[in-house]
Design a protein around this ligand. Structure first.
Ligand SMILES: C[S@@+](CC[C@H](N)C(=O)[O-])C[C@H]1O[C@@H](n2cnc3c(N)ncnc32)[C@H](O)[C@@H]1O
Length: 253
């Protein structure tokens, strides 16, 4: 018997940010697998089996999902945001590449979701209006010197930079090192935003500049946007300023 596996993203916050396609796939699943905190955000039927896990070994979770699908289940693997951005889709394909040949014959689909970077950018205005990149600051799966090198090159190349996973209880210091590195290569006036828990009841947006940014603002629910010298800030009579990065870039910049 052969089942199926769908990897889907439930967005960074509220249910209205889950796509209709992901909702339908979720409703059709017999088994739903994911980090427990993500599963708690879902409405599921009592006929569905939930397999909640800690935020630990993604590869192990992917293998368990593939085994269930191979046994005939309709499996949904759930990620926050988009499943392809620092999330479960890559773990599923890594498990398939190194797993039993039979897994390659399974019906596997990845359904897109709204990633935290896009939700945060929409709240702020249009900071990603020109070229940008996303860097995951966690060194759980890659060496820290590589992260520092990428920060340096991205800053030099003039990308707006979205920083995922900036800090956690186990990694409180790296975000400080990251800002120190960025300050060497980008003007202190470049706008910076800390977008925390976007779309959730405890959402918080802090706008500052690279020179004045306090990395202690960041935690594991925060997405940081580091603008370029070209990123503009529009002050308003009330409320937060808007940020936008113009579409046009001069040859000199
Ligand atoms: C392991 S990554 C997963 C990213 C997810 N797949 C996505 O596409 O958004 C987790 C990081 O995403 C960011 N993040 C997720 N949800 C967020 C939210 N609601 N507000 C701000 N940042 C968020 C944070 O930087 C967090 O540390």
């Amino acid at each position: 018997m052969t089942g199926s596996l769908v990897v889907l993203g439930i967005g960074p916050g509220p249910a209205r940010w889950i796509t209709p396609e992901a909702s339908s796939a979720l409703a059709a699943a017999t088994d739903v697998i994911g980090y427990r905190a993500y599963l708690e955000r879902l409405t599921v039927s009592c006929e569905q089996t939930l397999h909640g896990s800690d935020n630990g070994d993604e590869l192990q979770r992917a293998r368990a999902a593939l085994e269930l699908a191979h046994a005939g289940a309709r499996v949904a693997v759930v990620s926050g945001g988009d499943p392809g951005v620092f999330a479960m889709a890559a773990a599923v394909f890594e498990a398939i590449e190194h797993g039993p040949a039979a897994w390659r014959a399974l019906h596997v689909q990845v359904l897109p979701g709204i990633t935290a970077m896009l939700a945060a950018a929409a709240r702020l205005g249009a900071p990603l209006g020109n070229d940008f990149c996303a860097i995951n600051l966690s060194d759980n799966l890659k060496p820290w010197p590589l992260i520092e090198r990428r920060l340096e090159l991205a800053a030099q190349a003039g990308f707006v930079i979205a920083l995922y996973n900036p800090a956690s209880r186990a990694r409180p210091e790296q975000v400080h090192a990251a800002f120190a590195r960025l300050r060497q290569h980008r003007a202190a006036s470049a706008p910076v935003a800390f977008a925390k828990a976007v779309g959730r009841p405890d959402e918080e947006l802090v706008l500052t500049s690279l020179g004045e940014a306090d990395p202690r603002q960041a935690d594991m629910r925060t997405l940081i946007v580091v603008g370029t010298e070209a990123t503009r800030r529009i002050d308003r009579p009330a409320g937060l300023p808007w940020l936008y990065t113009p579409r046009r870039v001069d040859e000199a910049s």
